[in-house]
Design a binder for this molecule. Structure first.
Ligand code: NI
Length: 267
């Protein structure tokens, strides 16, 4: 890969807390990418589902590979598929020892989506499931932060095992609300974009003890590799950028974010 790393990085393992390794974009090179990411020091990867099928595939991949874990869940766009049969299936999947979270789940009020009511119902159902199974949640939220905060506050009792706001790009005020709820903030490629100055400013204020690294690959490739397919191999680029934004030692950023991921997901 182009982003060769220092020997320091190789000594400390990174965790990519949110990837979609089962995406068809990796059909040609999945094994190669997993191997390359290991060489670059990415010790653990959580590959995420977003509907029942992708959750089954994520668990299959996790079972086959040491250091790969699965997150299972149904996200807003697919929420109508979460009928009784799908709920039973999801519950069964989530009990596998390689499943470390329920996600991605959440709300999205932009694009052609199922109704807010259906989204909210499915989201709360999955918050309940996570709590029952003692798992953290990985939350997806687009253009729905008002309802999201309201629901999370009203359902605080379902957040006993924590969670993270995946692909965070909100304001400082929102980040404070999320931190108060005990959630982590996941930082990915968007934080490296040239036009992300307000997000970068917010990240300066969020304690490193509450930040996780993620790629959300194959989407959202970090700068300066935009246009290429994203993969866990770019986690060091995101970490280096975060260290720069926060004016922190790179080694500390890597160590702390890895420790955070291990604590939340019990890796
Ligand atoms: Ni995702």
């Amino acid at each position: 890969m182009e982003n060769e790393n220092t020997s320091t990085n190789k000594l400390i393992g990174f965790v990519d807390t949110h990837a979609h390794l089962t995406d068809k974009a990796f059909d040609e090179d999945r094994v190669v990418i997993i191997e390359k990411s290991r060489q670059l020091g990415i010790e653990k990867i959580i590959t995420s589902g977003f509907n029942i099928y992708s959750s089954i595939e994520a668990l299959k991949l996790a079972k086959k590979n040491e250091g790969i874990y699965a997150s299972v869940g149904v996200y807003p766009e697919n929420i109508l598929e979460l009928d009784d049969k799908a709920k039973t299936e999801l519950e069964k999947l989530a009990q596998n020892e390689k499943v470390v979270a329920i996600g991605e789940i959440g709300l999205q009020y932009i694009g052609n989506m199922p109704s807010k009511e259906k989204q909210i119902e499915g989201f709360i159902y999955q918050l309940n499931l996570a709590n029952t199974l003692h798992l953290p949640v990985v939350i997806h939220c687009r253009e729905a932060i008002g309802d999201m905060l309201e629901i999370l506050k009203a359902n605080r009792h379902l957040l006993n095992f924590g969670g993270t706001m995946h692909c965070f790009s909100g304001s400082l005020e929102m980040s404070k609300e999320l931190l108060k709820l005990g959630l982590y903030i996941s930082v990915g490629g968007v934080s490296t974009f040239k036009n992300a100055t307000s997000l970068q400013k917010t990240l300066r204020e969020i304690p490193i003890e509450r930040i996780l690294l993620e790629t959300d690959c194959p989407y959202l490739t970090p700068h300066p590799y935009r246009g290429k397919k994203n993969s866990p191999c770019y986690i060091p680029t995101i970490a280096e950028n975060l260290a720069k934004i926060k004016g922190e030692d790179l080694e500390k950023v890597i160590k702390q974010t890895t420790q955070n991921a291990k604590e939340l997901f019990k890796l």
